[in-house]
Structures are given as C-alpha cells and as structure tokens.
Design a protein around this ligand. Structure first.
Ligand SMILES: [Zn+2]
Length: 95
C-alpha cells in the first residue's frame, strides 16, 4: 500500500478521514464492535488523532457504558471533534 493522502495518516487500517467519516455512526452507536476497535486502534496509534484522543475515548467509553456523553449532546461532540480534526489536518497540510 503506497497510497498517500496529504495531512493524513494510515494507522490501524484507517485513515484520519476514515475515522472522521464514521464518527457520526460511532456517536449514534451504529458501528459494530469490530469497527469501533479499528477506530480506537487508529486513535491510539495516530499522533494527530491522539491530540484529541482523550476526548474521543471519553465519548466512546460513555457510549459503551450506555451513559451517553456526560456533558454535551452527541451531535455537538461529533461536530466539535470533526472541526478539531479538520483544523489539525489543515494546519498540518499547510506547512
Ligand atoms: Zn488519525
């Protein structure tokens, strides 16, 4: 696999933008545990995603425990994570 995407990393069989693409399904709890594991593996191994991985992990943990996001509604969490990832990638590819 020599595929390259500017500002993106391929970790755990997922690109950063792949993680972003499934984020809404993840928040909705519509991802299978296999995909969730791949997303978490990416976040754990990706420098860019790990910058907000703590918040990401907190959301996922809350979902897994069936509690829902503790402080903010799901859609806002999704939007905030998405915009944060977008800005990280933008900054990275701008250099
Ligand atoms: Zn990433």
């Amino acid at each position: 696999m020599s595929q390259e995407r500017p500002g993106q990393r391929l970790v755990g069989d997922l690109w950063c933008e792949d993680v972003l693409a499934v984020l809404s399904d993840l928040v909705d709890g519509e991802l299978g545990s296999e995909v969730q594991d791949r997303v978490r593996a990416h976040v754990a191994g990706c420098d860019e995603c790990s910058r907000f991985g703590e918040e990401f992990a907190r959301v996922i943990r809350a979902l897994r425990e069936g509690l829902g996001p503790a402080e903010e509604p799901g859609p806002n969490v999704e939007a905030r994570l998405a915009s944060r990832l977008a800005s990280v990638l933008e900054k990275r590819s701008g250099r």
